[in-house]
Design a binder for this molecule. Sequence first.
Ligand SMILES: *[C@@H]1O[C@H](CO)[C@@H](O)[C@H](O)[C@H]1NC(C)=O
Ligand SMILES: *[C@@H]1O[C@H](CO)[C@@H](O)[C@H](O)[C@H]1NC(C)=O
Ligand SMILES: *[C@@H]1O[C@H](CO)[C@@H](O)[C@H](O)[C@H]1NC(C)=O
Ligand SMILES: *[C@@H]1O[C@H](CO)[C@@H](O)[C@H](O)[C@H]1NC(C)=O
Ligand SMILES: *[C@@H]1O[C@H](CO)[C@@H](O)[C@H](O)[C@H]1NC(C)=O
Length: 412
Amino acid sequence: MKGVRSWRSPSLSKNPFLDAAGSRRFSSKSFTSFGCFILLFMLFLILITMKHQYEHIKMDNTWYPFASTKQRPQIMMTHFDHIHSLPRGIVESTSDMELKPLWETSTLTDKNQNHKALLAIPVGIKQKKNVNAMVQKFLAENFSIILFHYDGNVDGWHDLGWSDRAIHILAHNQTKWWFAKRFLHPDVVSIYDYIFLWDEDLGVENFHPGRYLRIMKAEGLEISQPALDPNQSEIHHRITIRNKTGKVHRRMYASRGSLNCSDASMGPPCTGWVEGMAPVFSRASWHCTWHLIQNDLIHGWGLDMKLGYCSQGDRTKNVGVIDSEFIIHLGIPSLGGSSANKQLSSESNEAAGPADQSMVTKVQGERVIDLRSQIRRQSTAELEIFRKRWDRAVRDDKEWADPYKHKKGANT
Ligand SMILES: *[C@@H]1O[C@H](CO)[C@@H](O)[C@H](O)[C@H]1NC(C)=O
Ligand SMILES: *[C@@H]1O[C@H](CO)[C@@H](O)[C@H](O)[C@H]1NC(C)=O
Ligand SMILES: *[C@@H]1O[C@H](CO)[C@@H](O)[C@H](O)[C@H]1NC(C)=O
Ligand SMILES: *[C@@H]1O[C@H](CO)[C@@H](O)[C@H](O)[C@H]1NC(C)=O
Ligand SMILES: *[C@@H]1O[C@H](CO)[C@@H](O)[C@H](O)[C@H]1NC(C)=O
């Protein structure tokens, strides 16, 4: 509130009416009535200003519905301080990823400005063929496409007919979560109803983006992923395995070792989460998820287990795996795909997070193993940091209550 008050006073003192009233002289007769008028007018002005600010605050709160109460005043103040010098009608708070023509009649390759969903993939030239197949499917459904090039090779894509319709972003050796945090800020992608943040090593022969979204909408899912065809996929978590007879599933069943997943289970790894290789987010869940991504933890391990907190309600209902539109997880180790060095059944140890990465496919022998194990070590370390950070945040935020805490069996 401090920011609000300090904002108000200079704007009032700058008001020409008040300045005039202060400096003018009046005959004592007319002063009383005129003074009254001025006083009333001032009160009126103050009221208007306060109402105006109240609207501002309301707006700021809706812009940041997921910021903790502790952070909110801070965010509000910076917004306030930096843009209050502009007339409100001119303020454009969001953006989009649409390519625009330089002039009205120019021949922009992509005339369709009616995108409703966005596909973003980290890519390397070695996966060109597969990515091409993926992008073709999504373009046919009028998706906006962003490619994050982690290997520095952008020119190698230009021969593809759709290359000019995609946005290309280049940063050497960066991961999917690094790119997403930098380039998919919720305000920048806010026109999209859905965000697909996918790895590059996914086979989409049995996947139709339009049908997928219709199911996601109809089922009320805020966060989802397509099921994996178990025959041809590298499986890390059994919840992702396709149920051939179903359309959607939201939980898995198991009772072996430490893993006991039943209808009573209320959280990951039994229900309420999806893996990191092919997540699809609604606008609201992406707004939340973006804030959950840590700037320094680029491998994103552990993130998937917390995605349920971004599901805008009950994670056992709003998070799910869609079976009727399924994909193949090729499991090619690269910066744009989940690594191949994860074990099956890693779900029994929560350590298995989303998309860990290992690069290099051409380098031979020991070097490959070395790089992968380096990245794996880093990912594991990051997971530990992420967990501690989460726990500390929970401890420190006295106003935050775990919405899933009271439920029994939250972890199995
Ligand atoms: C994609 O956009 C074009 C041009 O606006 C339109 O004709 C077509 O029906 C759209 N396709 C889908 C699947 O929405
Ligand atoms: C990216 O990483 C690979 C593998 O470690 C390395 O060979 C290459 O030099 C890196 N590229 C850049 C631009 O840092
Ligand atoms: C997997 O392979 C088995 C045996 O070849 C076959 O019966 C089954 O239908 C396949 N499943 C899928 C999902 O393709
Ligand atoms: C697969 O889906 C069907 C139909 O929804 C359901 O009856 C069956 O229990 C599911 N199987 C598994 C393994 O979840
Ligand atoms: C698994 O959990 C269910 C319900 O919580 C319980 O009834 C069952 O005995 C458990 N099974 C094992 C193997 O622990």
